[in-house]
Design a protein around this ligand. Sequence first.
Ligand SMILES: NC(=O)c1ccc[n+]([C@@H]2O[C@H](COP(=O)([O-])OP(=O)(O)OC[C@H]3O[C@@H](n4cnc5c(N)ncnc54)[C@H](O)[C@@H]3O)[C@@H](O)[C@H]2O)c1
Ligand SMILES: [Zn+2]
Ligand SMILES: [Zn+2]
Length: 395
Amino acid sequence: MKAVTWQGRRDVRVETVPDPTIQEPTDAIIRVTSTNICGSDLHLYETLGPFMGQGDVLGHEPMGVVEEVGSAVGDLKVGDRVVIPFQISCGSCWMCDQQLYTQCETTQVREHGTGAALFGFSKLYGEVPGGQAEYLRVPQARFTHVKVPDGPPDERFVYLSDVLPTAWQAVAYASVPQGGTLVVLGLGPIGDMATRVAAHQGVGRVIAVDLVPERLERARARGVEVIDLREHDGADLAETIRGMTGGRGPDSVVDAVGMEAHGSPGAKLVQDVAGLLPSFLTRPLMERAGLDRLHALYSAIDIVRRGGTVSIIGVYGGMADPMPMMTMFDKQIQLRMGQANIKRWVPEILPLLTDGDPLGVEQFATHRLPLDQAPEAYAMFQKKEDGCVKVVLKP
Ligand SMILES: NC(=O)c1ccc[n+]([C@@H]2O[C@H](COP(=O)([O-])OP(=O)(O)OC[C@H]3O[C@@H](n4cnc5c(N)ncnc54)[C@H](O)[C@@H]3O)[C@@H](O)[C@H]2O)c1
Ligand SMILES: [Zn+2]
Ligand SMILES: [Zn+2]
């Protein structure tokens, strides 16, 4: 089959790889019909290379049709139309009972001290072949799927794999009080969708920040107040937002940027250098030295009002990042974060996809391309060219 494979920094290629097969009774194989590129893939493309193996199959936002099942997949049947969540979880361990599916104790990658295994997401998360491919092996398939009805187009449902539940969790974890104000940093797919979810849930006021004109425009067109970071860098941004919120600052801030943030050239340089060194040298460096670009997180801490909540949904890696502990403590900030627990939120979201389209998912993708064009699509999405916000690949 054809699959999108990681070959090196900023180098992905569509190659022919062996078709996946059932390896455990709990496996299923799906034929992929739609599969997205995510901002999280950009971390693998750019900075997490030391944790990738050459030829690893990428992708964690697929949907399709069940082709084959093992003997222990519950009521999943050949022919079912399913969306596959980005995390692999058993649905029956203690963590899954708490609906903390990204911490599943059956699939945790203990070798690296990380949570549930993820599709297409480096050695840190189990090096499980991903879904940017014609076929996907789904471990723990009894629970690791969301059945969706036949009929409506894929794009109604494909974002259940990641974007929708992730944006939903970002807003839930932001704990915006009734009538309160939410600031969303970053208007990539996750931040954009978080503004839609917040508006749908009746959050009093939503303000969003980015630096890409088309992304700002897209949110503005849906009624979000937007701020262009290029006009307000550094401390000025927090001051501007405090000025817009009676001098106090917003109740809650979602960081939907993560470690590819624009704004810390020093860290960028180290990452660039790390990207060019052999991985056995850079892996410990990346794990311990903390090469993150924390620009967005620092601004979230600066922007939020005293006693407010910061919800970190953007992904961070590395260990020893200095945090502004004094400010965090002094401002009495509450922090929540983590990978989204996909199936925790699906029952609340699914009804919004079958009746009407209040979140605008059918028009959400800016690009629909054949799988073969994945290399061009990655480059375009990373450089934010051609108005690219979200790419759906069609195998
Ligand atoms: N927690 C989860 O489960 C989960 C799931 C999916 C994605 N993510 C993460 O969410 C983040 C966003 O993903 P995405 O798909 O929207 O990707 P993206 O990279 O397209 O979006 C990031 C956006 O942030 C903007 N930005 C950069 N620096 C900024 C700054 N300093 N202030 C404000 N905006 C800034 C960029 O211009 C871009 O539009 C990534 O880190 C991704 O890994 C997390
Ligand atoms: Zn994703
Ligand atoms: Zn589990």
